[in-house]
Design a binder for this molecule. Structure first.
Ligand code: NJP
Length: 235
């Protein structure tokens, strides 16, 4: 089993929802967590609990992504884990989507994953070790009405990660895609914690436990893909 103590882990989209739960659980396992998001106040509150680092950054901006990796290396001298979790979505009939909204979804979900991986991979290659985890979605593997923009972005993010997995495996770098079903978060301007969602949704902590399972696999094991759903959601 891989021990997470003192492992240096970047988690994007850590100000709330799934990313926050991942950051808290990794910190609890002894990892040094770098929490990344745009909301400075939420990050500051989280960092009080993780005792790690928080970096305010927009994952869709190349300079921000590069600075996240550079500042991590400056502060800790190492990077072991990159969790690409930051993501946004909205749902509409295709003709009602603005190109601005299309760009927001693709820039965050696809370009954000690309930029963070692009900045991290040279470091992982140099140390012949590293683990990239992408929080994608079960809709990376199925389609549904009103999901043109979000679904297409998650298919694209998934293809990026699957291709990267083959590219970097010879360098000792693991790439894992995690595909959640419905999770009770702030996603798409929802408010978590309702009695209804308790019956129909996974909790952010369920995804964090999946991340922990994947990261704790022995060095010779890579979990390529992991999908999880609430019992009430048919797949
Ligand atoms: O959503 P939410 P989730 N740069 O809204 C951050 C996937 N997923 O936890 O920047 C940097 O509670 C934002 O921070 P802030 C989903 O596609 C979800 O559910 O401060 N960070 C916040 O911390 C996504 O990939 C469900 O606004 C940016 C976080 O992202 C992942 O799970 C189902 C950013 C979003 O927190 C986490 O989403 C599924 C940017 N440009 C997949 N833009 C589900 N909830 O049902 C956003 O299959 N963030």
């Amino acid at each position: 089993m891989t021990d997470l103590t003192n492992q240096v882990a970047i988690v994007t989209g850590a100000s709330r929802g799934i990313g926050k739960a991942i950051a808290l659980l990794l910190a609890l396992q002894g990892a040094k967590v770098i929490a990344v998001a745009r909301n400075e106040d939420e990050l500051a509150a989280l960092t009080l609990k993780t005792q790690g680092l928080s970096l305010v950054a927009d994952v869709a901006l190349e300079s921000d992504a590069q600075q996240v990796i550079d500042n991590t290396l400056l502060h800790y001298g190492r990077l072991d884990i990159l969790v690409c979790n930051a993501g946004v979505g909205s749902f509409n009939e295709l003709e009602n989507f603005t190109s601005t909204e299309w760009d927001r979804i693709f820039d965050t979900n696809v370009k954000g994953t690309f930029l963070l991986c692009k900045a991290a991979v040279p470091h992982f290659k140099a140390q012949k070790k590293g683990h990239i985890i992408g929080i994608t979605s079960d809709v990376a593997k199925r389609t549904f009405a009103h999901g043109t923009a979000y679904g297409a972005s998650k298919f694209a993010q998934d293809a990026l990660l699957a291709s990267l997995r083959k590219e970097v495996r010879p360098h000792g770098i693991k790439v894992t895609s995690i595909y959640p079903g419905l999770v009770d978060t702030y996603f798409n301007d929802t408010t978590p914690g309702s009695a209804a969602a308790e019956k129909t949704h996974l909790r952010p902590g369920d995804i964090a436990q999946a991340v922990r399972y994947v990261l704790e696999a022995p060095a010779h094991v890579v979990v390529d893909e992991l999908m999880l759903h609430p019992m009430s959601q048919e797949w």
